[in-house]
Ligand binder design. Structure first.
Ligand code: GLV
Length: 322
């Protein structure tokens, strides 16, 4: 039997690559360290049985067709999979898998860090200190906000939302509130969390943290109208997907101090930033690194590989999305 061919669109931690090679597959890893163009992906995927791709690769039907008839699985190296045309894959009987669970705690730790970083003004203060502007201790220097007894509004009480709620409740003694398309009784009970519709959650919360997938229904979930509902003292945290926030509306809201601050790991037009964002002091921005720990990126690599191995061994993959 011919060796199965796996195309990997960018260098990832070796743990998964090793598993694939141990199976005797022919593994081709892109050797350019950047996001591939569509035509480069089409070229790389030709004749492949599996593709291991990233959230930065837009995998559409055209690319699936370029692979040829052997393509059986698209293994995304991410929990979010809005970059893949799942319906097109389904039509072609190609499985799509993701990497849920292994990055839950890591992303929750990151969102937790962002809450503290923005509310304690750590980045602003660091910049100030590096610029040798610290002349004397001052009672009014860099006043931030406390989080204890404040309300954290979780938008999307899934795995990551729950892991953040737990840390905020136990670690910071915050009160938890949530919104979701369906009430989540388990979440409500575990975190004594009250359910609100989105508008009421935005009115109530001192910190709003987004943990929804990007769908047509969640695009621009937070826009001009929603910023007006939020408290002027509130913070917005985003570790989900950039387009969940209308970034132009966010820049305006931050400029007009309709909210106190925002901390973002993801951007609407990633990797581009909306004009004006970097001029604001009340925003913390990081380059989509919420799952970026040695441990987690390695586990994601293994998980993507195990999904491929299962499918190519004619078994059900552990993490199917379709
Ligand atoms: C990262 O953004 C992921 O979806 O895993």
């Amino acid at each position: 039997m011919a060796k199965a061919k796996i195309f990997v669109t960018r260098k990832i931690p070796n743990s998964g690559i090793k598993l694939l090679k141990q199976k005797g597959y022919q593994v081709k890893v892109s050797n350019v360290d950047r996001v591939l163009t569509k035509s480069e992906i089409k070229k790389g995927i030709k004749g492949a049985d599996a593709i291991l791709c990233l959230l930065t690769d837009d995998i559409d039907g055209d690319i699936m067709d370029a692979a040829g008839p052997k393509l059986k699985i698209i293994a995304n190296y991410a929990v979010g999979y809005n970059n893949i045309d799942v319906a097109a894959a389904k039509k072609r009987k190609i499985l799509v898998t993701n990497t849920p669970g292994v990055l839950t705690d890591t992303v929750a730790e990151f969102a937790f860090s962002l809450m503290l970083t923005i509310s304690k003004r750590i980045v602003e203060a660091d910049t100030f200190t590096r610029q040798k502007k610290y002349e004397d201790w001052a009672p009014m220097l860099f006043l931030g906000s406390d989080l204890k007894n404040k309300t954290l509004g979780i938008v999307g009480p899934g795995r990551i939302g729950s892991a953040l709620a737990e840390r905020a409740m136990r670690g910071l003694r915050m009160n938890i509130a949530y919104t979701a398309t369906k009430k989540n009784e388990q979440f409500a009970k575990k975190f004594k969390a009250k359910y609100f519709n989105l508008n009421n959650l935005l009115k109530k919360a001192d910190v709003v943290s987004l943990h929804v997938p990007l769908l047509p229904s969640t695009k621009h979930l937070i826009s001009t109208k929603q910023f007006k509902l939020m408290k002027n003292s509130a913070y917005l945290i985003n570790t989900s997907r950039g387009p969940v926030i209308n970034e132009r509306a966010l820049v305006k809201a931050l400029k007009n101090q309709e909210i106190r601050g925002a901390a973002l790991d993801v951007f609407e037009f990633e990797p581009k930033l909306t004009a004006g964002l970097t001029n604001l002091r009340n925003v913390v921005i990081t380059p989509h690194i919420a799952s970026a720990t040695e441990e987690t990126r390695s586990k994601m690599s293994e998980m993507a590989a195990l999904n491929i191995i299962a499918v190519l061994s004619k078994k059900s993959p552990p993490n199917p999305v379709n």
